[in-house]
Design a binder for this molecule. Sequence first.
Ligand code: DGL
Length: 270
Amino acid sequence: MNTPARAAQPIGIFDSGIGGATVLRELHLLLPHEDILFLADQANVPYGPRATNELRALSAANTYWLRAHGAKIIVVACNTASAAALQWLRAEFPALSFVGMVPAVKPAAAQTHSGVVGVLATPATLQGELLDEVVLRWAGGTTVVRQGCPGLVEQIEAGAFDSPTTLEMLKEFLQPLLAAGADTIVLGCTHYPFVAPQIQQLAGPQVQLIDAAPAVARQTLRVLAEHGLVQPHTERRGEITYATTGSPAALARLIAQLGLPPGRVIHAST
Ligand code: DGL
């Protein structure tokens, strides 16, 4: 396929579930002319407690599906899958370009005044080598307190952003970070920005929350530009397709509840 024809193909994004939509909405803001194909692997959510081999197999299945549906680039909009599988995917699919995610420890370390940064993430992300690498590289002199959030992704998938159970969980997860003096908290899972207002309310106005999604959108643009794959501006707005391995009706409800950009919602068999 020639380059202009490839540039017209969609940007592919995947996550275990609705979390990847926090990246999708930033991408759509930055690149409104691009078609976006978002795959939410909701039949297998949550990814957080899974083993590396399993996460690699699921990530490969998602990549095959997006490639078969014409994706010109793959954005791994999932910290957990990136931690377990990003390097591996690049080796398995050398002809494809991938953009991945890592908890935003670098900007957090640059912004903290107290010298203590908290990272909220899934168990698999906290155990992954990627996080160790960024902490070693960018957080010299900063104390990084890591907190796993088991169960939180399930609450968000259920649309229970304000439920007493969710608020109790958030209180419990924030307590060790605040007790350690964290003034900057990294949202190290793409689902968590959907409960950022609740986290901010519980943590207090002096705490800064950091979401990597805008930076990932900018990085996607850079990689597309390097490969000559940016869709030229026209009158036409980019179309969004939301695909799920779970229930399209449930995903459509969540999209409406969250006020996400409208799009077609389909079922995917990966
Ligand atoms: N949203 C994903 C992440 O960024 C995965 C969450 C999960 O499925 O446990 O880590």
